[in-house]
Design a protein around this ligand. Structure first.
Ligand SMILES: *[C@@H]1O[C@H](CO)[C@@H](O)[C@H](O)[C@H]1NC(C)=O
Ligand SMILES: *[C@@H]1O[C@H](CO)[C@@H](O)[C@H](O)[C@H]1NC(C)=O
Length: 277
């Protein structure tokens, strides 16, 4: 029972995101940008009516911006780092790792850490937005996608097989190759909710059944014991025996009396005979 109680308490926590956590969204959605590029971070979370402030943190240090949007107009090396935000009524968000790069070609990803089932978008992006073609995407050194024109790719539902280091190569004046980006896809922590519910109800059903059967058995056992006790008291039947003993005693008494009377009569008979004689 304790195990079930613990499980009941644990599941909602493990199975759902904390609803009071703030969330950072990026526009455009890439956590890797070239230096001098623009990116806007937006903080969403519960607020008091009329309040639109947000607190931003870079590498754990509060930054002065208090607006729900944090604008980076031209990213510099010192804009790189771990961003978190918080609204008045929210807990701090999960961190977003923003990185400002300087290179010819950059593989941009929509995040570095995903939970199974979330979408992953990536783009093979050239410095100063130069046009590239014949793009190849690689996972762990193996090319898995070729695109003559499009340099963007979406995996609608990630799973643990999408873990790994990604890079891309593309043709411009030469063939350029990007640096590698590590992407982590975590298995969902809680079991599939539907499965869990089925399992939970099944287990509850089994528990109910077992306890019902146990109750029935105990009830039957109690009744049987009652009957047996009754039988024992009936079969031992002290009262009957006592009365029969009494009967016997009375019978014996009567018999004795009868014998006695007979003796007395005999005696009287003999006495009268003696008197006659
Ligand atoms: C980065 O450095 C520039 C000056 O080089 C400065 O103006 C800017 O405020 C710095 N940004 C951060 C986030 O520290
Ligand atoms: C934040 O930390 C990362 C390493 O963890 C570092 O590369 C970056 O320069 C730091 N950013 C700032 C603004 O201190």
């Amino acid at each position: 029972m304790w195990l079930w109680t613990a499980l009941l308490l644990w599941v909602p926590v493990g199975g759902q995101e904390d609803p009071t956590k703030a969330v950072i969204t990026l526009q455009p959605p890439w956590v890797d940008v070239f230096q001098e590029e623009a990116v806007t971070l937006q903080c969403e979370g519960p607020r008091q009516p009329g309040d639109s402030s947000a607190q931003w943190f870079l590498n754990g240090t509060a930054i002065r911006t208090l607006t729900p949007r944090y604008y980076i107009t031209g990213a510099q090396a010192n804009d790189s780092g771990e961003y978190r935000c918080q609204t008045e009524l929210s807990a701090p968000s999960e961190p977003v790792q923003l990185q400002a790069h300087r290179d010819w070609l950059l593989l941009q990803v929509s995040g570095r850490v995903f939970t199974e089932g979330e979408p992953l978008t990536m783009r093979c992006h050239a410095w100063k937005n130069k046009i590239v073609y014949n793009v190849l995407f690689y996972q762990n050194g193996k090319a898995f996608k070729f695109s003559s024109q499009d340099s963007e790719l979406t995996i609608p539902k990630t799973n643990v097989n999408h873990n790994g280091i990604y890079h891309c190569s593309a043709m411009g004046r030469y063939r350029y190759t990007s640096a590698g980006v590590s992407v982590t896809v975590q298995g969902s922590q809680a079991p599939n909710p539907v499965w869990f519910h089925i399992l939970f109800h099944l287990a509850m059903g089994v528990i109910f059944l077992v306890s019902t059967v146990l109750c029935w058995i105990i009830y039957k056992e109690l009744q049987r014991n009652k009957k047996e006790n009754l039988k024992v008291s009936l079969s031992s039947d002290h009262g009957k025996n006592v009365t029969s003993y009494l009967h016997k005693d009375r019978y014996v008494e009567k018999e004795l009396k009868f014998q006695e009377e007979k003796e007395l009569q005999k005696e009287a008979h003999q006495k009268s005979k003696e008197g006659e004689g």
